[in-house]
Write a protein that binds this ligand. Structure first.
Ligand code: FMN
Length: 165
């Protein structure tokens, strides 16, 4: 059975991180794409409200709906308004995760790494409720000013551990 990196990215950071993970571990990437594209300040504000209310936003159809060939998922997403990003809520709600191992890679702008532990707790309960098993967690601090070359050290440490599994 295969592994894949599942990601949502609005401003590109989680895409960079996901491509880096996929290249390092030689696995597939699957992107979660919102049905109505988000833009500008209004898109951000809607995102904050949707994250705060745990909204399941509509996603374009895609590989995320059928994960039968994968046993392990690396889930990469940005923290929004201290919460899980809405695309991730949709993915978990509408996908069968029975028997899948899910590694959680949360990405945030805030430098305080323990800050969103309640959110990550909620997410792991949601994943377990949908039949998944939690593999490991890593939080990456990666902000607007980060570049594809500035992949944080936490990610390399995390990936070095994964290669032994
Ligand atoms: C609508 C919105 C809300 C955000 N809220 C938070 C937050 O509460 N805490 C935080 O640390 N970062 C927050 N961020 C920053 C993102 O988590 C961070 O920039 C991340 O790297 C973005 O990933 P992306 O480029 O793949 O979309 C927010 C970003 C957006 C667009």
């Amino acid at each position: 059975m295969k592994s894949a990196v599942m990601f949502y990215s609005y401003t590109g950071n989680c895409r960079n991180i996901s491509n880096y993970i996929a290249k390092t571990l030689n696995i597939d990437t699957i992107e979660l794409v919102e049905e109505s594209p988000r833009k500008g300040l209004l898109g951000n504000m809607r995102g904050v409200v949707q994250a705060l209310t745990n909204t399941r936003i509509p996603l374009l159809d895609g590989k995320w709906q059928d994960l039968s060939e994968y046993s392990t998922i690396y889930l990469v997403f940005p923290i929004w308004a201290s919460n899980v990003n809405p695309a991730v809520n949709t993915f978990i709600e509408f996908t069968n995760l029975t028997g899948k191992k899910v590694h959680i890679i949360s990405v945030q702008g805030n430098k305080n790494i323990g800050k969103y532990h309640r959110t990550l707790d909620y997410l792991s309960k949601f994943i377990r409720y949908k039949g998944g098993r939690i593999g490991s967690f890593v939080t990456i601090v990666y902000s607007k000013k980060s570049t594809p070359e500035s992949i944080p050290e936490q990610l390399d440490n995390f990936l070095a551990r994964r290669r032994h599994y």
